[in-house]
Design a protein around this ligand. Structure first.
Ligand code: ZN
Ligand code: FE
Length: 256
């Protein structure tokens, strides 16, 4: 598919750190290093030098590994310009639409507020891969810690507008718990039932459920379906705005 070799490094309880290696140039980006040790080990084992660190938002489980990785590799750190002071060692403050070169390829910065006020996603458009941090999860989405429901809904729509074959790389393995909630509100969705079964099987085998494709998420993830008439009707919210539907199911999930 592309000249990118993408590896997932599972750390802490349920975090995923990503290494994105541009094969031709040898440049390697690390997304959201929650910790340093296992990430540095993974890079060394692959013979990769982490040249870039891409930060989606300044929560500790996305940034704590930065200083040690910078020390080990001299990596350059990117994050939202408005979070500049909160991201350790941040070199470049970026904003929506900025392009970050990684050797021969490019990450496009997308502002996707909601989980935090200044949350970013990084889209490798040419490779159909997007790194979404805690905005969109498989079968779920991030909690609202800094943005409004309307902002989050708009951010999810922005991600949903990417090509359907896009691979979605999120920062947590939450899929199993998300499946339970999704089935509780959308029990007759056959695609969701099939995905939930697959998730159980994968987790029993100790395997990751991430990435998924955007197409799969659009069919199964309730938080991406808030403007679908049949979905709204099923929730008894046929005449409500999509963002109100989103706010309702987000708050139900908080209490689930
Ligand atoms: Zn977070
Ligand atoms: Fe997180």
């Amino acid at each position: 598919m592309s000249g990118l070799d993408i590896r997932q490094v599972p750390v802490l309880n349920d975090n995923y750190v990503y290494l994105i290696h541009d094969v031709q140039s040898g440049k390697t980006a690390c997304v959201d290093p929650a910790v340093a040790g296992p990430v540095i080990d993974a890079a060394n084992k692959l013979g990769w030098t982490i040249s870039h660190i891409l930060v989606t938002h300044p929560h500790y489980d996305h940034t704590d590994g930065i200083p040690e990785i910078v020390e080990a590799f001299g990596s350059v750190v990117y994050g939202n310009r408005h979070d500049f002071g909160q991201i350790p060692k941040c070199d470049h403050g970026v904003l929506d639409g900025d392009l970050i070169e990684l050797g021969g390829t490019t990450a496009r910065v997308m502002e996707v507020p909601g989980h935090t006020k200044n949350h970013l996603a990084y889209s490798f458009d040419a490779e159909n891969a997007v790194f979404v941090g805690d905005t969109l999860f498989s079968l779920g989405c991030g909690r609202l810690f800094g943005g409004s429901a309307t902002q989050m809904w708009n951010s999810l729509k922005k991600l949903r507008d990417l090509p359907t074959q896009t691979q979605v790389y999120c920062a947590h393995e939450y899929t199993n718990a998300n499946a339970d909630f999704a089935l509780s509100i959308d029990p007759d969705n056959a695609d969701l039932q099939a995905r939930a079964d697959e998730v159980i099987r994968l987790r029993e085998q100790g395997r990751s459920t991430v990435p998924s494709t955007l197409e799969q998420e659009v069919r199964t993830n309730p938080f991406l379906r808030c403007d679908i008439p049949a979905f709204k009707t099923m929730l008894g919210m046929a005449d409500r705005e999509a963002e109100e539907v989103f706010a309702e199911i987000r708050s139900r999930k908080d209490r689930f």
